[in-house]
Design a binder for this molecule. Structure first.
Ligand code: NAP
Length: 531
């Protein structure tokens, strides 16, 4: 496929802007040949207008038709062939095996949303039937369900060029809800975004969907994203990336004359607690597992285990030596781009310079042609950690910080000082269940996913997944950006009171023509209403 550097605006290619940027190969540090244009305000306006026109159609579309579209997108992504993997590898250095897996996850996600739509219960139909004889006043019939929210702006993430990008989880869940999507492509993989846009447009053409159901705008400046989210036609935002950008987008959305929800998934240090019994029972496995998780994907995962809490004793000292050794032996990977390399350098240098922090390994950029950073191990004590908020920040790369605690009480106190995170992990033996329970009591207030004797990297795309957490992990702790319930972010409940059956959506009609599960007078049923 020929890369042109154009935007895809409701089925039409466009390149009106004069400001340009190129893709970059992090292995060679060379720019690609194609120049990508920054989207102009006029182009962004066209995307939003087209999305609103598309929404007038898709908000009434049967779920099965939306499901067919998602299936077609899968087909078109696969039709791009392995050329897609090559292009993305050039832009991200993530490697073909990882990208092959991520493509499968991305298409799998779309397929699962198609399944959710065909099953139908995702609209959460709830019916409280009328009680005309209720005393002292009759009760009206109230019927509630979820309906789409409107056009959605999605910001692609640099670290997941497929699964959290153009046709990734945010886009898939918004489409499944019936919402048109305008993607702001990430400037670290513009060729990949263009490939995906091409595939999606083919799906739109083949299924006869309105062209404005999808647009891609490219850009490498804050102005593009800000212009998009402050456009009054945008109803919600999906974002994955840094705390700084996520917060700026959240604030801009809140400052609009009509504020809109921003579902931003941002930084996370994913605390791991290793209790003494677990360490005694399986120290070597824990070294292997922890180092594998910290260095996986060159540490560029939002679920990277960034802070490890342990008791300050000889066994822990031996364990940390083992981790340092294993990290030293493990071949460093390539970082996604020079900006991430610079950001990581700055963050690690700042942490290493804080009082009470020891740099045990690494802490510097690699002296190689590729964008690289040494595997890094830092150590501090719990009292320093509690007193210094700067030690709680994310290092986006192959870096972990050990925090050593004096006692079980000290550990509880220290965990209590944590901010919101995506995950927390406890390693413990069965005779440590009571102690672990006390830790869980605290950690449950801080995170979206609690892990027992595992590692946080590797997020399953299943109905029960919770990928979210209290701020600053996200701006919307009641929601998830992975798994099927992610669709709820782009739907809102509407209640119908005493509405004639003919005016109700099918999901709420007496006869239950869709045959979906509904909650009728507090009981789950697929039966039609009597008489
Ligand atoms: P980023 O800086 O957060 O940027 C993500 C997207 O947001 C880009 O499209 C960017 O556009 C846009 N953006 C940035 N600031 C904005 C603003 N004020 N208003 C509107 N849009 C804005 O993420 P990144 O480039 O992927 O990486 C930078 C750092 O983010 C990393 O070093 C890492 O620390 C962190 N990060 C964290 C995660 C995570 O999952 N926790 C994932 C990825 C990155 P432009 O680039 O066009 O300005």
């Amino acid at each position: 496929m020929m890369i042109t550097g154009e935007h895809f605006i409701a089925g039409e290619r466009s390149k009106a802007g004069t400001q340009q940027f190129a893709s970059h190969n992090p292995r060679t540090r060379h720019d690609g040949q194609t120049q990508f244009a920054e989207a102009t305000a006029g182009e962004i306006e066209r995307c939003v207008t087209a999305a609103q026109s598309a929404y007038a159609i898709t908000r009434h579309m049967p779920a099965a038709q939306l499901a067919d579209f998602l299936d077609q997108v899968v087909e078109e992504i696969m039709a791009l062939g392995d050329e897609l993997l090559q292009i993305t590898d050039e832009e991200t250095a993530l490697g073909i095996p990882r990208l092959t897996g991520e493509r499968a996850r991305t298409t799998g996600q779309l397929t699962q949303f198609a399944g959710l739509l065909r099953e139908g219960a995702y609209v959460e139909a709830i019916i409280d039937t009328a009680q005309p004889d209720r005393q002292p006043a009759p009760r009206p019939s109230i019927r509630r369900m979820l309906q789409p929210i409107g056009p959605v702006a999605v910001f692609s993430a640099s670290n997941f060029p497929y699964a959290f990008a153009t046709a990734g989880g945010d886009t898939a869940s918004a489409w499944a809800a019936g919402c048109p999507v305008i993607v702001k492509g990430h400037p670290a993989h513009p060729m990949t975004s263009e490939y995906f846009a091409h595939a999606i447009n083919r799906a739109i053409e083949k299924t006869g969907f309105p062209a404005g159901f999808f647009s891609l705008i490219q850009g490498s400046s804050v102005a593009v994203g800000q212009t998009l989210i402050t456009n009054p036609g945008i109803a919600a935002v999906g974002f994955t990336g840094s705390l700084t950008a996520g917060r700026a987008i959240y604030d801009a959305a809140a400052a609009r004359p009509t504020p809109i929800p921003v579902y931003a998934e941002m930084g996370s240090v994913n605390p791991v607690v290793i209790l003494p019994g677990a360490l005694a029972a399986r120290s070597a496995d824990l070294v292997e597992g922890l180092v594998g998780s910290v260095t996986m994907g060159t540490g560029q995962f939002c679920t990277n285990p960034g802070i490890v809490f342990m008791m300050d004793d000889d066994a822990t000292a031996g364990f940390i030596d083992g981790v340092v050794e294993k990290m030293r032996e493990t071949q460093p990977g390539v970082l996604l781009n020079p900006q991430i390399q610079q950001g990581l350098s700055k963050a690690v240098s700042a942490t290493a310079a804080r009082q009470g922090v020891e740099n045990l390994l690494g802490g510097h950029e690699l002296d190689t042609p590729a964008c690289g950073y040494a595997h890094t191990v830092l150590k501090t004590r719990s009292d320093f950690f509690r007193a210094d908020h700067a030690l709680h920040q994310e290092h986006f790369g192959p870096v972990t910080l050990f925090v050593l605690c004096e006692s079980a009480d000290d550990l509880l106190l220290t965990l209590n000082a944590l901010e919101g995170n995506l995950t927390a992990t406890i390693h413990a033996e069965t005779d440590e269940i009571e102690a672990a329970g006390a830790l869980l009591g605290i950690l449950r207030e801080k995170v979206g996913r609690l892990i027992w004797n595992g590692f946080p990297t590797g997020v399953e795309v299943v109905y029960a997944m919770q990928h979210g957490g209290p701020y600053p992990a996200t701006t919307a702790p009641a929601t998830t950006s992975v798994g099927m319930t992610a669709i709820k972010r782009f739907m809102r409940p509407v209640a119908y009171q005493n509405m004639p059956d003919a005016l109700l959506p099918d999901a709420l009609k007496d006869a239950n023509p869709l045959g979906i599960w509904r909650t009728v007078d507090n009981a789950l049923t697929r039966q039609p209403l009597d008489g």
